[in-house]
Ligand binder design. Structure first.
Ligand code: UDP
Ligand code: UDP
Length: 469
């Protein structure tokens, strides 16, 4: 992707559309925004503003935004100072969900901020976690079209959009059983975010409110592509999930930008044979329990495979001060020296996945990570958490056929630790599975085709741009 932002034609007095982006928090939500913004900025004929909520939750986010604005000087930054969130009932809430709530409760300040933008805004693009607050402001107060850039898969979007209808029919206010989504099929109760079983959780309330409002959006941008999720995309577009659903633009896989810095360990990877390394990483905000971390270590050791393993022990990176030596078994690093790298730093994950030495990704199934693995043609061993969208995401890996998901592998502490022996066995099995490997390569080729001129995602992007005229 060309990374030099062309001067915006707004600055030249032209009539380019002016898109105002309102992202949310958490790298999994910010990355699709910056990737989409970078793709647009390098096209040249769009004015772009980004509403930047201050202060940021994590170090990774702060650095990421700084790099984006430095690389694209034509992008305008609209600072958004959040109101303090002084609410004792929210003590103990996930810091990122809490940030969404701050944004939601400060959302009434967005109207004047966007109304004051020059040149006049032509459309708003926001995150799903803010949908129920931002869509009415954009549409009713500002009379602007409002699009959602969705941070997960089309399957998850179907669930979000249909869930309120399901609840109305079942006279319930939370997830209590399987959900039969028209056009998609039955979703077992333990696939959607399990926090939805708690009617009092903040996430549940936000999720239902956003699900009710999302059909009012003017369009939904998705970081997926037709060949990866053909059924879910068709069901949404045909109005089977929710009649009259807005246009769905599948524009993925979105490419990372050169502003995304991080460790690659390229020199070490260069020394490893093709497709020999297992990459192990569980996302930007998933802390594993110490005993599970040790089982993973022992499993990788016993597998005999080479590996690059990113260890994370806290939810927010600023708080992660643990030393690797205290986290891993005594002597582990010495025993795997040369064939295993264990790191505790931000990596440039897409660059790692693109390296020819990488043959498998053991993943928590964050959607961005899955699209990166798909784009790079790397097979996956899916180990989703139950908290968010990750089990629904794992269904996409399974149905697309480029990985293995062992449903009984959970992250729920001691009662169900996944043991080293099983980890070793399954890692070896997928590394040696030629059918999965061939399918992963094929998915990678389909991803490349989708974003090339004439491909389905390329066309979707053109169709989205045409709506702005
Ligand atoms: N990521 C990265 N380096 C890291 C950790 C994460 O580049 O050390 C990126 C990863 O490539 C992905 C995103 O951060 O694009 C994480 O989003 P995802 O949806 O996969 O999962 P989440 O972390 O939100 O659960
Ligand atoms: N999500 C949603 N509606 C909301 C809030 C979140 O559909 O009101 C989706 C969002 O796309 C995300 C998923 O729910 O992919 C899980 O949220 P979270 O960010 O906690 O998980 P993560 O993506 O970081 O794993």
């Amino acid at each position: 992707m060309a990374l030099v932002a062309k001067p915006s034609s707004g600055d030249q007095g032209g009539d380019a559309p002016h898109l105002v982006f309102i992202p949310s928090a958490g790298m999994g939500h910010l990355l699709p925004f910056s990737r989409f913004i970078a793709a647009l900025a390098s096209q040249g004929n769009v004015d772009i503003s980004v509403v930047t909520a201050l202060p940021m939750v994590s170090q990774a986010e702060a650095e990421h935004f700084a790099a984006l604005f430095a690389a694209f000087p034509a992008i305008r930054r609209i600072d958004f100072n959040l109101l303090p969130l002084d609410d004792a009932t929210l003590a103990g809430t996930d810091p990122f969900v809490l940030r969404w709530e701050s944004l939601r409760r400060s959302a009434h300040l967005l109207g004047p901020l966007i109304a004051g933008a020059t040149p006049r805004a032509s459309a708003v693009v926001t995150d799903v976690s803010l949908a129920s607050q931002v869509i009415p402001i954009a549409k009713k107060e500002l009379q602007l079209p409002c699009h959602i850039l969705f941070s997960s898969c089309a399957t998850m979007l179907s669930f979000l959009a249909y869930f309120p209808t399901h609840l109305d029919g079942a006279n319930a206010d939370h997830l209590a059983g399987d959900v039969d989504i028209p056009g998609i099929g039955r979703i077992p109760v333990d696939y959607p975010p399990n926090v939805l079983r708690n009617p009092d959780s903040l996430f549940t309330k936000q999720f239902i409110a956003n699900g009710r409002e999302i059909a009012e959006a003017d369009g939904i941008l998705l970081n997926t592509f037709d060949a990866l999720e053909p059924e879910a995309l068709a069901a949404l577009r045909d109005g089977k999930v929710v009649p009259g659903f807005p246009p769905v633009f599948a524009v993925g896989p979105l490419k990372s930008t050169s502003t995304e810095k991080g460790a690659v360990h390229g020199a070490w990877l260069d020394e490893q044979p093709a497709r020999s390394v297992v990459y192990v990483a569980f996302g930007n905000r998933n802390a594993a329990a110490l005993d599970q971390i040790r089982e993973i270590g022992a499993g990788l050791e016993a597998s005999g495979c080479r590996f690059l393993w990113v260890v994370k022990t806290t939810v927010v990176d600023r708080e992660d001060t643990a030393e690797l030596n205290n986290v891993l078994d005594d002597g582990f690093l010495g025993r795997v020296h040369g064939r295993g790298l264990v790191i505790k730093e931000w990596v440039d994950q897409e660059a790692v996945l693109r390296h020819p030495a990488v043959g498998l990704y053991v993943s928590h199934c964050g959607w961005n990570s899955v699209t990166e693995s798909a784009a790079c043609g790397v097979p996956m061993l899916a180990w989703p958490m139950t908290l968010g969208d990750q089990r629904l995401v794992a269904t996409v890996i399974r149905s697309a056929g480029f990985g293995l998901w062992l449903e009984h592998w959970s992250w729920d502490r001691e009662s169900s630790l996944v043991r080293a022996a099983e980890i070793a066995e399954k890692v070896k099995a997928v590394m040696g599975d030629e059918a999965i490997s061939a399918r992963a390569k094929e998915v990678g080729r389909e991803a490349t085709k989708a974003v090339a001129p004439g491909g389905s995602s390329h066309r979707s992007m053109q169709e989205f741009l045409a709506t702005l005229k």
